[in-house]
Design a binder for this molecule. Structure first.
Ligand code: NDP
Ligand code: 2IT
Length: 445
């Protein structure tokens, strides 16, 4: 049996009931088979794949808090510190009722390769809780965040582990978490990113994942002799990543026509009214169904099915496994020629394979959405230097990083004879740096 197959079997048997983690590991291992075959003796001797697929540490803890009715609530908190070979653990916190160990391990594993691709010194981690911020008052969210941090602070630090946002964790939550960290430790340090601009946050961090996604999409299209201007785009989700993806699409002359949340989707043939979406989602924290009261000519459809809308480019920016085989068959039949993942692992394995077979341009999340964490690393640099860079300075760096990621991914795919296969390219390029760092540091991690 090949080394990669052996490791996949080992991961499945040692981590039962963790389907998302298995899925993320399988995709990476399948892409690495050529690289592993070339260096099999060394990697086996080093136990490299065994070490790479085992998180360095998983912390799981109780989060007790009191709701507005005076009732005690108990949630479960986690931090998965996956790999610190190239820098302190770095990755977001997700607050969503679906959160469990499998989801956080898949996200932590992906983060290791994504962070490597940025070229910046950050290891991989992820955390969160099954807490659902939806429908909670600000006071309840604060109470939860304070309790969560009262346990988490023991395991994080500006040079150890630096969490940030993800689904359900934005500026409000990061503010409450930071306040509690500072209160307990007395340290004013860059222990979290995505902070407010008045207390150490970086300009562009809010926009970074969406902007970065569109920058790398633009590079991918140029590489294929196509252009973004004038193209019709469907963006899924209506959160942080989706909103700033739509903003940058407009800036580069494309036309986003649809967005969704977990309740339903909107189609606006004239192009999404972004100010309306920002007000609904960022200010009112309401449902996207309200969009038709801002734009009466738009159509709101309850439930799933946004992929039925005809488009040139499809950008999944909501959650894992949102885009399945049936959905991509519809997309391709309707003439869609490019997919880039703003979310983490939004496309199922079968759907990814189908897109590849059909020759669709496809940029996987670990390359496409790396702009967020890259800008987090820039926030860490500014915090360490006690400086703040201008919007244009950070945006230029982000653009350069996304361009660099495209080049690395494209180059790695070509080197191994998989030209145009950016899944292979991203996994190989991300792996090479982490593997070299792990081997150089001995059997220590
Ligand atoms: P937000 O919480 O801001 O927004 C998430 C959006 O996705 C919401 O519109 C939400 O709808 C929708 N969504 C979430 N879960 C589901 C679900 N199970 N079914 C349908 N819709 C769902 O999160 P982000 O925008 O920050 O994150 C979106 C994706 O991007 C995630 O995969 C995240 O891991 C990834 N990502 C985020 C980065 C960041 O910097 N924020 C960086 C890199 C990747 P509803 O409100 O109805 O739940
Ligand atoms: O998935 C991700 O890369 C994020 N949620 C951002 C992580 C970060 O540390 O900014």
């Amino acid at each position: 049996m090949s080394y990669t197959d052996e490791i996949y079997e080992r991961v499945v048997s040692k981590n039962p009931n963790e389907p998302e983690f298995h899925q993320a590991v399988k995709e990476v291992l399948d892409s690495l088979s050529d690289v592993i075959n070339e260096n099999e003796a060394l990697y086996r001797k080093e136990g490299l794949l065994e070490r790479l697929t085992e998180p360095e540490r998983i912390i799981s803890f109780k989060v007790p808090w009191v709701d507005d009715k005076g009732a005690v609530q108990i949630n479960r908190g986690y931090r998965v510190q996956f790999n610190s070979a190239i820098g302190p653990y770095k990755g977001g916190l997700r607050f969503h009722p679906s959160v469990n160990q499998s989801i956080l391990k898949f996200l932590g594993f992906e983060q290791v390769f994504k962070n490597s691709l940025t070229g910046l010194p950050i290891g991989g981690g992820k955390g969160g809780s099954d807490f659902d911020p939806k429908g909670k008052s600000d006071r309840e969210v604060m109470a939860f965040c304070q309790s969560f941090m009262t346990e988490l602070y023991k395991y994080i630090g500006a040079d150890e582990d630096v969490p940030a946002g993800d689904i359900g964790v934005g500026g409000r939550e990061i503010g409450y978490l930071y306040g509690q960290y500072k209160r307990i430790t007395g340290l004013y340090e860059g222990v979290l990113t995505g902070k407010g601009l008045t207390f150490g946050g970086s300009l562009v961090r809010t926009q970074a994942t969406g902007y970065g996604l569109v920058y790398i999409l633009d590079e991918m299209l140029k590489g294929a002799g196509k252009e973004l201007a004038g193209k019709t785009v469907v963006v899924t989700g209506a959160g942080n990543v989706a909103i700033y993806t739509v903003e940058k699409l407009y800036q580069l002359g494309a036309k986003p026509v649809a967005m969704c949340d977990s309740t339903g989707y909107i189609y606006d043939e004239n192009g999404i009214d972004l100010a309306a979406v920002k007000e609904i989602k960022e200010v009112k924290r309401a449902r996207l169904s309200e969009y038709t009261s801002y734009v009466p000519t738009a159509v709101y459809t309850e439930g799933r099915g946004i992929w039925n809308i005809k488009c040139d480019i499809y950008l999944p920016c909501a959650t894992q496994n949102e885009l399945d085989l049936d959905a991509v068959k519809t997309l391709v039949a309707n003439g869609c020629f490019a997919v880039a993942e703003g979310a983490n692992m939004p496309t199922t394995r079968e759907a990814t394979e189908y897109l590849k077979e059909q020759g669709i341009l496809f940029m996987p999340g670990k390359a496409a959405n790396a702009g967020g964490v890259a800008t987090s690393a820039l926030e860490m640099s500014q915090n360490s230097a006690r400086l703040s860079w201008s919007f244009d300075e950070v945006d230029e760096k982000l653009k350069g990083i996304m361009k660099g990621i495209y080049q690395k991914v494209d180059d790695a795919a070509r080197r191994y004879g998989h030209e145009g296969d950016f899944v292979a390219g991203a996994n190989i390029a991300g792996f090479e740096k982490v593997a070299a760092a792990m081997i150089a540091q001995g059997i220590a991690l």
